[in-house]
Write a protein that binds this ligand. Structure first.
Ligand SMILES: Cc1cc2nc3c(=O)[nH]c(=O)nc-3n(C[C@H](O)[C@H](O)[C@H](O)COP(=O)(O)OP(=O)(O)OC[C@H]3O[C@@H](n4cnc5c(N)ncnc54)[C@H](O)[C@@H]3O)c2cc1C
Length: 426
């Protein structure tokens, strides 16, 4: 408490002027009204770490508790490069939370969140109950495995999704390594929306690269439930023709609906069987389970509707949902989007808790994809709220893709990863 007050006075003394005076008034109002100054953040990934950090950077008088089930986080961005054999392991993609706690005074709790009581403003975890004044929910995605017949708790052990980086990614790489030359890999892509629109096509490129280099005569059958390549189509097709002609067999509009118990075959629409030595089965997705059990998903039962400026749930007050779990209009479900949404959400949480006016949303996203060891491509967009429709749209003229496969983009991509992971962990 003493620490908070000292930090707060430092902020006022630092000459924040009118803003600081308003903050002081707002703070007093919150306390007089009986409201505390507590924010709880669920999920220490691309969205949650940044929301927690920016709230503390903007107002040290707010106590922030970040609750994450793991003691470390492994980035999905660049995990396809590990499958391609470019990265030897996942260490470059792994961050810890100790500096985030030490540098910003965030209380990091390693625990499983098991429930949210919106009326009581409490979060129940494996390590006790936490009160909040505002809650940020950033749990990423979970899988709609019930839509695939035969899918059990054992299926990911035989037909890994590797759509959450970590043990699943390592398992898939081991399966690729163990496969005999001349074998068949099957990659199944679910219907959009899913985490990272270009991700499955980057994975196609990276697995094909691995097969070309290490498993001569092998092929990769891509079963895409979507009618066409969802993102950067022209660039992916160009890269596949240039590097992996004869290796990739891309089949659009092929929705996998069933998997065998041994994970070695899938059925398309319950009829056509496709067999593989390795099957990378990515199930359809929805918001992380805790968002579903907290009643934050909308009528589609999958994703969380939010106010596009504050990211406050349109279902439960004082709960904000960011990242993959929320419906962010035209913004893709990406790490960069989650980062952008987290900053805007943090800013407006601080504004709301201090009785200040909220500010308009402005977001950015860039998604890099590798086509080979040295070439990458990108799609970039700037996002804002269409106030008439109350939905996030791409700023007119802002969305663009790389003109071609580019070695420079690969360098930019690496720099992006280093920057964003450093921001999340320091
Ligand atoms: C193969 C692949 C490649 C990708 N490449 C890119 C890329 O190049 N660029 C890009 O921008 N994006 C990329 N993405 C997408 C990116 O990974 C996600 O969009 C991003 O991780 C979303 O952030 P998030 O905070 O919503 O969720 P996450 O980053 O998944 O974080 C959620 C966190 O919440 C925790 N959690 C969930 N439930 C609970 C609970 N009940 N209790 C405690 N903790 C909980 C989880 O353990 C996790 O740490 C890629 C994704 C994949 C799969």
């Amino acid at each position: 408490m003493t620490m908070q007050r000292r930090d707060f006075l430092k902020m006022v003394g630092a000459g924040a002027g009118v803003g600081a005076a308003t903050a002081l008034t707002g703070c007093a109002t919150q306390q007089a009204a009986g409201g505390g100054r507590k924010v709880v953040v669920i999920g220490g990934g691309y969205g949650g770490t940044i929301a927690a950090k920016y709230i503390r950077m903007m107002d040290k008088s707010i106590e922030v508790t970040l609750i994450e089930r793991n003691d470390h986080y492994i980035s999905c961005p660049f995990s396809n490069l590990y499958l391609g054999g470019i990265l030897p392991d996942l260490s470059k993609l792994t961050i810890k939370y100790d500096k985030l706690a030490a540098n910003h005074g965030i209380k990091v709790v390693q625990a499983e969140v098991t429930g949210v009581n919106a009326a009581e403003r409490t979060v129940t975890t494996s390590k006790g109950v936490f009160n909040y004044d505002r809650l940020v929910v950033a749990p990423g995605v979970d899988f709609r495995t019930e839509e695939i017949k035969g899918y059990t708790a054992q299926t990911p052990e035989v037909a890994p999704h590797a759509w959450k980086a970590g043990p699943q990614t390592i398992l898939l790489r081991k399966q690729l390594e163990a496969m005999k030359p001349g074998g068949t890999v099957v990659l199944s892509i679910p219907l959009a929306p899913f985490r990272c629109p270009p991700g499955p096509y980057e994975r196609t490129s990276m697995i094909a690269m691995y097969l070309k280099q290490h498993k001569p005569g092998s092929k990769l059958i891509v079963l895409d439930a979507n009618p066409d390549i969802v993102s950067k189509k022209g660039l992916f097709l160009k890269g596949w023709k240039k590097h992996y002609d004869g290796i990739i067999d891309y089949r659009p509009a092929k929705k996998v609906t069933e998997v065998s118990a041994d994970g070695k075959s899938v059925l398309i629409e319950g009829i056509d069987e496709v067999k593989g030595d390795v099957i990378n089965l990515i199930p359809p997705q929805r918001a992380g389970a805790i968002a579903v059990s907290a009643g934050l998903v909308g009528p589609d039962k999958n994703w969380c509707p939010v106010n596009p400026t504050t990211f406050e749930s349109t279902i439960h007050k004082n709960i904000h949902v960011i990242g993959d779990a929320c419906i962010a209009g035209a913004m893709p479900k990406s790490g960069y989007s989650a980062n952008s949404e987290a900053k805007a959400c943090a800013n407006n949480i601080v504004n709301l808790m201090n009785g200040r006016a909220i500010v308009d949303f402005s977001g950015i996203n860039t998604c890099y994809s590798f086509l080979s060891a040295k070439e990458a491509v990108e799609v970039t967009g700037v996002y804002l709220v269409d106030k008439e429709k109350n939905v996030i749209i791409a700023a007119p003229g802002s969305v663009g893709v790389s003109p071609d496969l580019s070695e420079t983009e690969a360098i930019y991509a690496e720099s992006w990863l280093n920057n964003i992971l450093t921001e999340m962990s320091s």
